[in-house]
Design a protein around this ligand. Structure first.
Ligand SMILES: [Zn+2]
Length: 227
């Protein structure tokens, strides 16, 4: 079983910036570096899209995962809401056919290629349920793990989205044989919210998030008989 973990942003792309000078690209790399040793074992091979502060285009990330024949692709991000500092919490996304594509979405580039859309559609149909279950397993384990340890981080739930990092993961344009890859994107908190940021700046809190994500992935794989 191959799991590709994707620390969002990097290099010249810092991602979101928030309270206490927190920077998304640093948080995501820190959390992914914590998840890796927890997840890795005899039956799970973990590969990272980046291991240092380097830039990588978002479409290249899932393409990389696809090239690695990954079974699971989990992208880690931290959220921001500009001046709306009251917004906080953790949310987890999975790709959905129902989600409306917005700007920067890969779908816009392929809409003139009907055969690609047909492949994407059938893959989405197959992957949708499992991607949702993966997202739910990760999300529930993170939230429950934080609550068990005395944190009352807001649970913003599991959502459908058409993020391009997820979409690309379902559309094997170059490959002749579609490889099933489930994808999920975790937003570990709003760094533009002071309470979330105060938690995220603490190493033990980031460790709890990493443990929750790792447990969620493992439980999903166990329940589905994949490990
Ligand atoms: Zn991000």
């Amino acid at each position: 079983m191959c799991v590709v973990l994707d620390p969002g942003h990097g290099g010249k792309d810092p991602g979101a910036k928030g309270f206490f000078s927190l920077c998304e690209k640093d948080l995501t790399l820190d959390v992914v570096n914590r998840i890796k040793p927890l997840l890795e074992g005899s039956s799970i091979h973990v590969i990272l899209t980046r291991t240092t502060d380097q830039e990588m285009h978002r479409l290249k990330r899932s393409e990389f995962a696809y090239e690695q024949q990954a079974d699971l692709f989990v992208s880690i991000h931290a959220n921001s809401m500009g001046s709306r500092t009251e917004i906080s919490g953790i949310e987890t996304f999975y790709l959905s056919r129902q989600a409306r594509p917005q700007k920067n979405y890969f779908l816009g580039n392929i809409c003139d290629k009907r055969h690609v859309l047909q492949v994407a559609d059938s893959l989405l149909k197959n992957n949708n349920t499992y991607s949702r279950l993966l997202a739910q397993s990760i999300h529930n384990n993170v939230v429950h793990h934080l609550v068990r340890n005395g944190f009352s981080t807001k649970d913003r739930g599991v959502r459908q989205e058409a993020y391009c990092v997820l979409l690309r993961s379902q559309v094997p344009i170059q490959a002749p044989i579609p490889h099933m890859m489930l994808a999920s994107l975790v937003e570990i908190g709003y760094i533009t919210n002071e309470e979330d940021a105060a938690c995220l700046r603490q190493s033990p809190y980031r460790q709890l998030i990493a443990e929750g994500i790792s447990d969620g992935i493992k439980k999903f794989l166990c329940e589905k008989g994949l490990i």
